[in-house]
Design a protein around this ligand. Sequence first.
Ligand SMILES: Nc1ncnc2c1ncn2[C@@H]1O[C@H](COP(=O)(O)OP(=O)(O)OP(=O)(O)O)[C@@H](O)[C@H]1O
Length: 267
Amino acid sequence: MGSLVHNNNGIRPEPDGGWGIEIVNSEAGVVDKRRSGAYLTWEDVGVAVSREIVAIMGPSGCGKSTLLDSLAGRLASNTRRTGRVLTNGRKQRLTNRTLAYMTQEQVLTWTLTVKETVYYSAELQLPKCMPRSMKRERADRTIREMGLQDSMNTRIGGWGVKGLSGGQKRRVSICLELLTRPKLLFLDEPTSGLDSAASYHVTSQIDKLTKQYGMTVLAAIHQPSSQVFGLFNSLCLLSLWKTIYFGPTCAANQVILMSLELDIPKL
Ligand SMILES: Nc1ncnc2c1ncn2[C@@H]1O[C@H](COP(=O)(O)OP(=O)(O)OP(=O)(O)O)[C@@H](O)[C@H]1O
């Protein structure tokens, strides 16, 4: 796993050939075309992450989802990004085999079972040339990895149909993103609506898979408990669309966190 070292531009990984994503140049930011002449930018950002799990935190509306969209190249058509985003030191188009992105919206079909949901998704996402038996094997393994094996035949549920709990639904959503074994995994609020035990379970599962598959995970997250926060290697803290801290979670300045009214107990 690449370790992080500080320099004047922010934080960069030691060169170990691992996967990572990097924002360079102080102009990296988002321009909102709706406001003529108004440049909305991230300034002084120099960030690189590699094979680790990074928390993007900050008050509601500070730009967490927009940062993820920007890095993933999924900004709305009325916005454009400035600056450069490099993957492994190069500008490259991220395919869905490289990058998986779980957005805030739950897009599960509530009449399907867990097994059907994951099998159908494997059929659609995995390469055409892969035999069906291998696709099913991958689906079964991913279901087990997310701890959903006992709910294989349970319906997703919703609107009067009894089904999975909120935490299990989140795990199914993550499961779908893991099918292609992406190198970069972006998660927008993976623990929203979950109690602290379920949040810890989901995050520790992601942490385990990050190590197992050598993934780099960026997760926008709200008010994690100290146990959940402790699972993250790095913190990218935003305020008013600017990065005010990027570095190891253990070195995050408690005063900064408190000034943003982020309730993070000391590690
Ligand atoms: N760098 C930026 N420059 C200008 N506008 C931005 C920037 N980042 C985000 N915004 C705008 O701020 C608003 C909130 O952004 P976003 O949804 O990304 O925040 P968030 O932190 O994810 O919020 P929440 O925690 O409530 O989901 C959006 O309208 C977005 O277009």
